[in-house]
Design a protein around this ligand. Structure first.
Ligand code: BTN
Length: 232
């Protein structure tokens, strides 16, 4: 059964972070959407910034089964965002392990899965109508990358729809069940990378969501998470 995500829903004009506004006593699927965040949270303790009215910014409450690895949810979210953007824009979209969504080699969306009170608060941001000057160097928005503006509410509905399907499949069958949306979209595969001090050529993302790196002499090192530096 496909999960229906997005209810109950809280909309705010501004907050520190939608991640903090999710009430974990609510049922699975509870949603917080903001027009602006003053202290948006990114991966690895970074901040996440976008001018008011330019990005899709939301967090959704999930209650994955205990036998699933919840860190995989940032990959599952990346797959769903890629599905939604491909459906919306008609362009192919890649996933840069572990949580970035890339269009035309620039980061267009990011996902953050945080555990709180035994649940997962999954935060997603999609850059929609920022201008070049409003984005960090290696990021793009739907506007800068396609020349088009997009209605954030329409995009939210599409992303929630795709997230509901991918999340249901993952609940039932783990990463194997959604791998068709990941393997062919792998942005890093074949690129020179350094992750946590390990350098080599990125190989596959394995069925547990880890990145394989060929470090030479036939040796493969598998990394769970970390900051990726890659050659463009
Ligand atoms: C990353 O790429 O580092 C992850 C970015 C995730 C940002 C989103 S915006 C909505 C939600 N609220 C936050 O404070 N962070 C996530």
């Amino acid at each position: 059964m496909t999960e229906k995500l997005g209810e109950p829903r809280l909309d705010v004009a501004s907050c520190e972070s939608t991640q903090l506004l999710v009430d974990t006593s609510l049922p699975e699927g509870a949603l917080v959407v903001a027009d602006h965040q003053s202290a948006g949270r990114g991966r690895l303790g970074r901040s996440w910034d976008a001018p008011a009215g330019t990005a899709l910014l939301f967090s959704v409450l999930l209650r994955p089964p205990a036998d699933r690895r919840s860190p995989e949810l940032s990959l599952v979210a990346g797959i769903a965002v890629a599905d939604a953007l491909e459906r919306t824009l008609g362009l192919s979209v890649q996933i840069k392990w572990p949580n970035d969504v890339m269009l035309r080699r620039q980061k267009i969306a990011g996902c953050l899965a945080e555990t709180r009170d035994g649940a997962v608060v999954l935060g997603i941001s999609v850059n929609v109508c920022q201008t070049r000057a409003e984005l960090p160097p290696n990021a793009g928005s739907i506007r800068t990358l396609t020349g088009r503006d997009w209605d954030r509410e329409d995009l939210l509905a599409t992303v929630l729809d795709d997230l509901g399907s991918r999340y249901s499949a993952w609940r039932a069958g783990g990463l194997d069940a959604v791998f068709d949306g990941l393997g062919p979209r792998d942005f890093l595969r074949g690129r020179q990378v350094t992750v946590n001090g390990t350098s080599g050529v990125a190989g596959m993302i394995d069925r547990e969501g880890r990145l394989e790196i060929s470090v030479g002499h036939g040796e493969v090192v598998t990394v769970e998470s970390g900051e990726v530096v890659y050659a463009r």
